[in-house]
Design a protein around this ligand. Sequence first.
Ligand code: GDP
Length: 424
Amino acid sequence: MVTAVVGANWGDEGKGKITDMLAKDSDIIIRFQGGANAGHTIVNSYGKFALHTLPSGVFYNHTTSIIGNGVALDIPKLFAEVKDIEDGGVPTPKILVSDRTQIVMSYHKLFDAYEEERLAGKSYGSTKSGIAPFYSDKYAKIGFQVSELFDDNILKEKIDKICTLKNVMLEHLYHKPLLTKEGLYKELMEYKEMVSPFVCDCSAYLYNEMKAGKNILLEGQLGSLKDPDHGIYPMVTSSSTLAGYGAIGAGIPPYEIKKIVTVVKAYSSAVGAGAFVSEIFGDEAVKLRNHGGDGGEYGATTGRPRRVGWFDCVASHYGCRIQGTTDVAFTVLDVLGYLDEIPVCIGYEIDGKVTKEFPVTTKLEKAKPVLKVFPGWKKDIRGIKKYEELPKECRDYIEFIEKELQYPITMISNGPGRDDIIYR
Ligand code: GDP
């Protein structure tokens, strides 16, 4: 059976923890989109790890971890990450890389940084991991596919073409050093040596594994609101964050995805620019940020402080709907235990009218939050294993949100650890 684990919000919902947890009963875990621009933080018996490219199933001996064709693959980063977890005492994971995955080149990262520099104050808040230039090149058909590393003629022809194209921009728009053919070829040969042992025809592999009845997890990066089509365009990422894209980014039939676990966080957080209706500021934001996540809401990849806000029913219902949710995993609930009162955003006021439908970005910029305030439970709920044992105020909060989401909350995460979970 194939299950997708995806985010309903702006990312950082705790997908890594949920994937790590579900990986226990899975055979194969696949990253199907995105690159090393966001991270998952995972706490388990080996310690605490930040993963950026590796799927969150790498901590088990029985799993195979796949980098799907939809991923923006930064090869040196992938292997640095493998080394990192090995140094942390984790057994060497079994990894496969699709021969159709494309490669993030060092110039993609440079172009990312140069463009942010050029835009100055109007930048998108990119992590400068080369993601937008990478996907632009992929769809402009000038990307390098892993399979091409094994064909010198194709490679050299493409290098020629890319040098000509990129150098025009480097010289005239950015005024930066130019690319050389020799430099690009050398870079690609280094990548070839690193990645060769892991390259595989993944869709064929998965076809056979599905026939054998294996359990497969598709792990998404970021969340619904960062999807380039359905998110807060243009403040989005460059590959689809939706479960539906899992079929494409892994190479499996869409109808094989039977379960869509959408991870929804008990309050809101976001990195980068873009409208964020329920955002809070000042002291109350600092408090929530410092209580948040596991050791504060700071980006796993960049260390940037995350923007925080109250739970947003409008954005989260939409985020679940666009994912095609079958199950909601409601996470990081324990963090709210310090609050006397917990506001929840239940509607958006736009031009004097209240709506519960998540609007397009031009209207979103004008939305003001309609808040409803709930009493806090003022208690540490970590360690609780049964739903009935949660404080009444806490259950009321969950049940109200479930009604607003219109999707069943079947898992509640009350701590960062693998076992901090309540099934309903
Ligand atoms: P992801 O990108 O969706 O995997 O999310 P991140 O890993 O960036 O952010 C989630 C953060 O919250 C990490 O630091 C996790 O260890 C932590 N976390 C996940 N679930 C819980 C939870 O239920 N409670 C607490 N306190 N922290 C959690």
